[in-house]
Structures are given as C-alpha cells and as structure tokens.
Design a protein around this ligand. Structure first.
Ligand code: ADP
Ligand code: ZN
Ligand code: ZN
Length: 818
C-alpha cells in the first residue's frame, strides 16, 4: 500500500503539502520528524515537518517523494502540532509561519541555509569521504550554502550529511553564530573552607582581635551573608568592600590569611543548586488566596488572580509550582519582558535551582536550540520554564500549570511577523491541550480577563493587601498648569516634584521617574514656520538623539544629520520641542547636580546584559534616581524606592486608541506600585493638567473595580472587546492610489456582510513606512458565531486578492490587534 505524508514547510503559502513516502523510508517515518523534500521551482530543498502519515492518495499528478528523514526521534511533539494548528486557525496564518516562529533557526534548513566551519582548526580526518571533503571546502571558502554543499558532494540531498556534522559540532549554521556571548562575570567572597562553622568563626574573631580592620571586614561579612542563619546569602566582593568601607588591599590580606576565599560566576545567573532556598511562610491572607486559587481550579481551567502590587503573588506562584513538580509535571511561567525580570528568575532559581530553564528571544540562538533539544531528549531536565511569549512554542510534554504574570501587559501580543498571537490567550489554549490549568495574575487585570471572571468563564481570587509592613503608596496629583502660572516649574519639573525628590534623597531613599515617550519625543521645529524634519521614506517626524547627535526615524531606523536650517523657509532659528527620557535626565542633572542618575529606555538597554547592569546598580544603591520609559513600570521590586514621579500623565490619556484609558490606568498604577514596597510609606506624584480626570482619580484610589465599571459600558456601547473580537487589516503598496482603491473595494465587499462593523479604510497614524503607503480597516466580529464570521472574512479577502488589480497590494491580517 503506498504511503503519503503531509508536510509543513517553512513558507507563507497556505495549504498542506503532500509527498509520497518511498518504501525504504516508510518504516521509520513518524509525525513530528523532519524530512527533506523539494519544493517550488528548481531543485530547492527544504527540511519540513511531518504533520501526518496516511494512505489516502491525494491524486496529484507528478507528486514528489520525500528524499530523506533527518531525525531519529520527532523534534516536535504531537501536542505542539495541535497547538500550531490552533494558532494558525485563530490568527489566520499558515502552519509554515507558525513552524518558523517555533523551531530554532538551525532546525529549519533549506537550500539557502549558510554553513560555516565551527572553529579555526580543521577537525581531524575520519576517512568519511563526504564529511572530509566538505570540511576541506569550508576551510577554503569560509561559507557555503546547503545547495553548494550538495553540488560539491554530488548529492541531490546533502541534508543528512550536514545534519550529522551539525550535531557533531564541526559545522554551524551561519545565523547561529555571533550571538554567542561571554557572560559578564561577578566576583564573590565567602569564608574559606574550614572557617565556615560557628566554632571556627569564634576562633577567628579571637584571632583577629589585634587586626581591627580585618575584624571589621569579617563582621560585615557575617552581617551581609547571614552566614549563621538558615538561609545564608552570597556576598559580592564589591558589596563587602563598600559596606565595610574597606580598601581592596585589606581584603587581599584577609584572603592571604585564609579567612576568605574568592570565586566568580556569571552575573546574570543566580546561584545554581540553591534548592531549599528561603521558602516564605505565607501570611494568612496569602494562604487564604492560595486556597481560593486551588479551589477555583477544581471547576475552572483558568483562574484570574488580582493581587495588588507587592502582595506576594510571586510567592503564591511558587507554591503552585512546587505542587506541580511533586506531581512530576512541567510548569510554564510567562513574563511579559524577560530581560526586565532578573529578579523573578533569581527568586525561582533560589527555590527550584537547576530545575529552572530560561527562554526568550534575546538568548543567543545556540542556547535556544540547546534548550529545545534538551527538552526533547530529557523530559525531566528543567521542568520549570520561565520565558517570554515565545516560550509557549517550546516542546512541552506534560504541562500541569501555566502562569501568566502581569497578564494585562501589551507585550504579550506579537505584532510582527506572523503568527501575530496574544500569548495570554494562547497560554490558555496550550494548557487545555495538556489538560493543564492557567493562572493569570496581575495588580491591574485587563478588561477581558475581569469580564471573563465576572461572567464565570474564569475562576477569580483576590489579594488586596501588601505583604508585611508595606502599605499601598499614597498617590497625589500636581497641577502642572497651576504651578506653571505661579512660575513654580523648572523645565519639566514642578517644584513640588523636585522638593519631594530632594526629601527622599535626604532620607537616603530612592526615586523612580516615569516618562512615556510613545508619540511624544524630542523633535526639532522651525520657530518661524513650524516645519519639523521628517523621514524621507516614512510619514513620521524624526527624533533627536543627543548622545548620537543625530536624527533618527523610529520606523525604518534611518539616521540623518541634525538640521542646521529650516528646509521650508530657510530660517536658522530651530528649537527642540517635546521631551523624552534623555531630556529629563539632562534637566535633572542640572537641578540636582549631586544626585546619581541612571536612565533605562530602549537606547540604554541594547546589549544583552544592559538591563541587568542598570538594575543591579540601582539595587545596590549606586544610583539614586532611575529615569525611564515603560520599562521602569514593570515588576521591579526595590525596597528603598519611596517616591515615584509620573512626569506627564496627560500624554498617556490622550493616546487615540480604544484602550488608551485602560492602558493609562495600568501603567500609572503599575509604576505607582514600585513605591513603598517595604516598611515606610511610599509616595507617588502625578504631574498633570487634568487633575480632575476620572482616570487619575482611579489611579489615586488604586481602584481596579472602579476602572472596570467605568470602562465596560463604553466598550459595550461601541461594540469593542470584550463584546466583539477585532480584526485589523493593513494594506500596503508603493502607489497610494492603488492602495486606496483596493482598500475601498475591500471595505465595500466586507460591508455587504458586516455593515457598520467595518471601520475605515483610513490612513494609520504613520501612513507611509519604508516607502509603502498604508491603509487600515478594522472589523468588529460578533462573538456569537465568531469562527464562522472569521471564515467568511478570510474567504472574502482571498477572493478580492485573487483579482489581478488587487493582487500586487499586500495585506496583513491581525486578529485581536490590541
Ligand atoms: P508581587 O509579585 O505581588 O508584586 P512579591 O511576591 O514580589 O509581590 O512580594 C513582594 C515582596 O514581599 C517580595 O520581596 C517578597 O519576597 C516579599 N514577600 C511576599 N510574601 C512573603 C512572605 N510570605 N514571607 C516573606 N516575604 C514575602
Ligand atoms: Zn521654517
Ligand atoms: Zn523612516
């Protein structure tokens, strides 16, 4: 009986691709394995993934055969394939696009994959002619595509040879290198071997009586490390020196005397094997909430946890994780932006040690591949995966729980490229496939999740008090217009805010200042005629970056020299308007010359360790004031922060977006939550012209419920989510007339069915990007019969774009765009 296989190929061409399975391969072929096939014109080779094996002849004339099988065991699991199908179906994209997003780069091979030799040295001869030939060639040519390797070896399908060499480590996929990084190392100090018992310590104290400086060093060490307690901590060399106000020579002498020893390890990797690290005893309210979550899971797959900032949500997650580990299950812990959350990872590692694996797109590709393969070969390797949204796509085998922390966060949405998925929603789908539970946690839950909890779709648990001595900070408004009238404003700082900063610094406390830059960035403007420099290729004004002394387009990345005169009227009177974090930092340095200031935004955090460096300096107290964009609103837990300043609330409230108010509330409430996280009262100051704006009042009252009650009727009145599902269509073409004509035609076609639920077409805020003109359409699909509606929509699009007039226009479909 002839066998056929349906193969997923790395392409955006929709449909499934059937191949014949030759007799000699039929015995070994399994779903989830990679196979090599020809696809498209010419002899182009691809590694594709087996989606199904069956004996139904698709009746295609000239059907091609599978050339070879690359894997002994499947690289993707059956659960994954199911999940990919759900993703592709929901977000109207192809399985190939999902596969490319999911599989690490070096597992997706094609004729154009570039190969390079792994090291400078040519590996040994093995007598395996093909391998040796390829290595010789690579030593000479440096780089070679897979197609070229095939020609060289005289093979129609060189992939099996190449794959063996990839595994052997003698060749590498070119895209995979360059990402390898040397981790930043940190030096630590501990008691020398033999000195770390209580008796030995006492002897040491006696011995050092006549060396007061070293005695002091030792006492400081005991304090910092709490080495006599049950849960000692690691001590950084520089912390010890600072805390003891000692010179490094003093420490060197103590090291020589064999009191201490030094060791080194990567800075962003918390101590390994910290298992049994501090396990918090839950407070009464925490324990009660944990019980509510557990009982919620008895009859709901998903539970929403609304816990105020610093209430101990992370502690509850860890309890739930522990339970899963004891049951032999895996856990996925999703965070919106992993780079910002070294603190959470450190806490998880301290408790679960090497059971914790970390996954996100800033990892070097090689490490991503390694984690993937480790999860496939050793299912018990790291049962707790902490990751950003792409971690959803890892090969889990038996998930018991998915935690989605900060579930309201917009970074859970992938915008480009496809699949344009919302990781919070897909976490629930993934959990369902595994028969697992999902816990959504936030201090400021999204409208959708609150709605789902109210209507009984989700279980619900609350934790409304901060842990321990901490209380929610008091939030006050500063009427910036009024202060301006009374000449109490310096640059962008009201005297009230500056005074509050000074007070906090005088008490040796720390300050966080939040300035959202979105859409309001420093630009140059002609004082005479109002001209503003714009990008030549995008309809957007250029942003001035002081450190690089140049203008940048944030849409296409082009850089321009700063303007010397106006391009419209020739005037040389140009001034800078708008303000971003860089400007704030500069003004602050003039106002408070003594303060130590750090800035955290996209420009200061490019390197892999940049976040970590800024945050650890802030945590160590080497920085007094942290100025930043939304990055500073997320999850930071620093006990010394007693003041948070929001520089321009009005700009947040004005954003033209259906979620503007929801997001403004969430951002302000979240950044407010960074203040006063330990004992002592925290403060938050909001600078605004609209002191009576209802959203500001809700932030001042930490009033999530009030927010929900205010916003829900508005959403209902306009048939916005959660009362509908949105699909956004973006059309692109170099010719503006063409894109407008196609957009009008599409709108007319869709209105036939959906009437006034079709909005647009209209030019988006930035209507031209990289020389392509854009038009958008927004469709509100009824929740009832939503699948069918979406199906019609996708058919209508296919029909229109089959027409030669419209075919050249590109359309991007974004389901649940915001
Ligand atoms: P959230 O995740 O809700 O913001 P965290 O879990 O970060 O709150 O808790 C805030 C702080 O309080 C953290 O430093 C945490 O270690 C501490 N904490 C919370 N619960 C406990 C507990 N039961 N025992 C000891 N410390 C706790
Ligand atoms: Zn001008
Ligand atoms: Zn541009």
């Amino acid at each position: 009986m002839p066998l056929f296989a349906d193969i997923i190929l790395p392409t955006a061409v929709p449909g499934s691709f059937s191949y014949r399975v030759p007799e000699e391969l039929s015995a070994q072929l399994q779903v989830g394995q990679r196979v090599v096939v020809n696809f498209g014109t010419g002899r182009k080779l691809y590694s594709g993934l087996v989606r199904a094996v069956h004996d139904r002849d698709p009746g295609l004339p000239g059907i091609k055969s599978v050339l070879s099988v690359l894997d002994d065991t499947p690289v993707a699991t059956a659960e994954q394939l199911l999940f990919w199908e759900r993703l592709a179906e929901h977000y109207l994209c192809t399985l190939g696009e999902v596969m490319v997003a999911a599989l690490p780069g070096s597992l997706v091979l094609s004729s154009t994959t570039k190969l390079i030799a792994s090291g400078p040295e040519r590996p040994e001869w093995t007598g395996d002619g093909r391998r040796d030939l390829l290595l010789d060639a690579l030593a000479l040519r440096h780089e070679m595509t897979l197609a070229e390797a095939g020609e060289l070896l005289g093979l129609r399908d060189p992939m099996p040879v190449v794959k063996r060499m990839l595994e052997e480590g003698t060749v590498q996929v070119a895209e995979e290198i360059g990402g390898t990084h040397a981790p930043r190392m940190e030096r630590f100090v501990r008691l020398a071997a033999g000195q770390d018992t209580e008796a030995a310590l006492h002897a040491l104290f006696d011995r050092l009586e006549r060396a007061p400086k070293q005695l002091h060093l030792l006492m400081r060490y005991v304090e910092l490390s709490r080495c006599l307690s049950e849960a000692p901590r690691e001590v950084k060399r520089k912390d010890l020196l600072r805390s003891a106000r000692a010179a490094s020579g003093e420490l060197a002498r103590a090291l020589a005397k064999n009191i201490f020893e030094e060791y080194e390890r990567p800075a962003d990797m918390p101590a390994e094997g910290g298992e049994g690290g501090r396990i918090a005893r839950l407070s009464e309210p925490q324990a009660a909430t944990l019980e509510r979550i557990r009982s919620g899971f008895q009859d709901r797959n998903t539970v929403l946890l609304h816990g105020v900032t610093s209430s101990g949500k992370t502690e509850l997650y860890m309890e739930l994780i522990e339970t899963q580990l004891q049951a032999g299950k895996q856990v996925l812990y999703l965070l919106p932006e992993i780079a910002l959350t070294a603190q959470v990872i450190a806490r998880l590692r301290a408790r679960f040690g090497s059971k914790v694996g970390v996954f996100h797109s800033r990892l070097p590709p090689r490490e991503r591949t390694e984690l993937w393969l480790r999860m496939r070969t050793d299912p018990d390797a790291c049962p707790v995966i902490v990751g950003a949204r792409s971690a959803l796509l890892l090969p889990f085998r038996s998930l018991g729980l998915v935690v989605v922390d900060e579930e309201h966060d917009p970074s859970y949405k992938q915008h480009d490229p496809a699949p344009r998925y919302q990781a919070r929603d897909m976490a629930i789908v993934l959990a369902e496939i595994h028969g697992a539970r999902t816990l959504l946690g936030s201090a400021t839950p999204s409208m959708e999740s609150l709605y789902n909890a109210r209507t009984g779709k989700f279980g619900f648990a609350e934790l409304l008090v901060r842990h321990g001595e901490a209380v929610l900070p008091s939030v006050l408004c500063v009427d910036i217009a009024d202060e301006r009238r009374r000449k109490r404003v310096n640059g962008h700082f009201s005297h009230t805010l500056i005074d509050a900063i000074k007070e906090a610094l005088a008490r040796k406390e720390q300050v966080i200042l939040f300035q959202n830059r979105r859409g309001y960035v420093p630009v140059w403007q002609c004082e005479t005629c109002g001209w503003i420099p714009e990008c030549d290729h995008c309809d957007v004004s250029l942003t001035y970056h002081k450190s690089a002394h140049g203008l940048h387009c944030h849409y296409c990345g082009r850089a321009y020299p700063p303007p010397v005169k106006c391009s419209a009227c020739g005037s040389s009177r140009l001034r800078m308007i708008g303000f971003g974090t860089e400007k704030i930092e500069e003004e602050l340095a003039l106002l408070l010359p003594e303060a130590r200031i750090a800035r955290m935004d996209q420009d200061t955090t490019r390197g892999k360790n940049a976040f970590d460096r800024i945050l650890s300096r802030f945590g160590e107290g080497a920085v007094d004031i942290l100025v930043g964009t939304q990055m500073v609103t997320k999850g930071l837990d620093f006990g010394q922060v007693s003041l948070v300043g929001i520089l321009d609330a009005d700009q947040l409230l004005r954003y033209p977006d259906l979620r503007a108010h929801e997001r403004a509330f969430q951002l302000m409430a979240q950044v407010a939550g960074r203040s006063g996280r330990r004992a002592g009262a925290g403060r938050v100051l909001i600078q605004t012209k609209e002191v009576h704006h209802p959203i500001i009042a809700l932030v001042m009252g930490h009033d999530v419920e009030g927010m929900y009650q205010r916003e829900l009727p508005l959403r209902q009145a306009h048939a916005y989510p959660p009362f509908s599902r949105l699909v956004k269509l973006t059309l692109k073409h170099r010719d503006e007339h063409r894109v407008v004509a196609t957009a009008e035609a599409l709108a007319a076609l869709l209105r036939g069915r959906s009437g006034d639920r079709v909005l647009g077409p209209e030019p988006p805020m930035v209507a031209r990007v990289r020389d392509l003109h854009l038009r958008t359409l927004l469709i509100k699909l009824e929740r009832q019969g939503y699948r069918q509606e979406k199906h019609h929509l996708s058919e209508a699009i296919d029909r229109l774009f089959a027409h030669p007039d419209h075919r050249p226009v590109r359309v991007v479909i974004d389901v649940d765009p915001v």
